[in-house]
Ligand binder design. Structure first.
Ligand SMILES: NC(=O)c1ccc[n+]([C@@H]2O[C@H](COP(=O)([O-])OP(=O)(O)OC[C@H]3O[C@@H](n4cnc5c(N)ncnc54)[C@H](OP(=O)(O)O)[C@@H]3O)[C@@H](O)[C@H]2O)c1
Length: 324
């Protein structure tokens, strides 16, 4: 496979993880562009990045760059996505890929027209454990899917200015952590839900602080999801079938699950991959997609999840400033 040249737009916490994981495959990230140039310089020094762009937009016009990784706040993604895709760059964009379905449709259309890969950096789709579990489910040994249960609770400082609670930075539980829980549910459900009920508690800033979501599709597969930005919850997902259930620990970057077969109470421990390598799996799948070897980026799931989030926020009448 060709050696692809990556550059990151944004150099915060998650970009640091990407840079570390790039090194694991013996190749440094090539370029970095960032709103604050000095932070990009520090980042480049730490991770041995060759090119630092003085102007963020120069990243799009560097002929050497094949793939751009976008790791800035959610509400900045669409502008950068459009510019990258118009410039002929493949894009791996952090979650949530856009604010809503209309933005995602615009980006996906551009990617399709320009024959480029557009993908959301959703670790669940790339961890070996989830791939293995999907094989078990598809084998039919557990019978039909009935219920998915997923909690995501994270205790964030009650500061309405930080990116978790700030409306102007597209904060809120749904886009920040709900996207993982919905992606988890979608991974196991055989089709997208068409019925959605939810309840929300808003933070003083007007973003969703806590929510309960109930999903059902035409196969009558159901999922319940509880989200909070201000109460820690165990990182555990349960997927229940006619003949047993799967418990997944330390979701979303999980590397261990236990299957209980309820007919004889037999338990099977499944271990695959490594939590610490989560971003490495994303990088490798992205390169396979760009090379045409295999497309495991699952933009179709990203689209279903974005449609759910758009509908849920519409039910809450919750808009970001960019949405008028
Ligand atoms: N942290 C995680 O564990 C994690 C995990 C998965 C996904 N993500 C996603 O990754 C993205 C970034 O998260 P993070 O935790 O890395 O954030 P972070 O540490 O706060 O870094 C944010 C980056 O975005 C830049 N930035 C901030 N506001 C901007 C703006 N208005 N325009 C352009 N650039 C701006 C910052 O530049 P400056 O240097 O100028 O401040 C910085 O490089 C989010 O979409 C998040 O949901 C994060």
């Amino acid at each position: 496979m060709k050696e692809y040249c990556w550059a990151t737009l944004g150099c915060g916490e998650i970009a640091r993880q990407l840079a570390e994981n790039m090194k694991k495959r013996g190749k440094a990230l090539y370029g970095v562009g960032n709103r604050t140039y000095e932070n990009a310089v520090k980042f480049a020094q730490t991770y041995g990045v060759e090119k630092v762009y003085h102007n963020v937009h120069d990243i799009f016009h560097d002929d050497k760059v094949d793939i751009i990784y976008i790791s800035t706040p959610h509400n900045t993604h669409i502008t950068y996505l459009i510019e990258a895709l118009k410039s002929g760059k493949h894009v791996l964009c952090e979650k949530s890929v856009t604010l809503n379905s209309a933005e995602l449709a615009e980006a996906a259309d551009l990617a399709g027209k320009n024959n480029l890969v557009l993908a959301e950096a959703m670790t669940i789709y790339h961890m070996p454990l989830y791939k293995k579990l999907q094989e078990v489910v598809k084998s039919g040994q557990l019978g039909p899917l009935r219920f998915v249960q997923m909690n995501f609770g994270s205790y964030k400082d009650y500061d309405m200015e930080n990116r978790f609670f700030n409306r102007n930075l597209a904060g809120g539980a749904l886009l920040d952590i709900g996207v993982y829980a919905l992606s988890f549910a979608r991974w196991f459900m055989t089709e997208a839900p068409d019925q959605i009920l939810s309840q929300v508690k808003l933070a003083p800033s007007g973003v969703d602080e806590q929510a309960g979501i109930l999903l059902m599709n035409s196969q009558q597969e159901m999922a319940t999801i509880s989200l909070s930005l201000h109460a820690k919850q165990p990182k555990r997902g349960t997927v229940a079938f006619d003949k047993g259930y799967i418990e997944i620990y330390e979701y979303p970057r999980a590397d261990k699950a236990v299957i209980t077969y309820t007919e004889d109470n037999r338990q099977e421990v499944i271990e695959a991959g490594n939590t610490d390598d989560a971003l490495l799996y994303e990088i490798l799948d992205m390169e396979k997609a760009v090379s045409g070897e295999a497309d495991e980026m699952h933009l179709e799931y990203t689209t279903d999840v974005m449609n759910m989030m758009t509908r849920i926020r519409s039910d809450w009448n919750m808009k970001y400033p960019e949405e008028g």
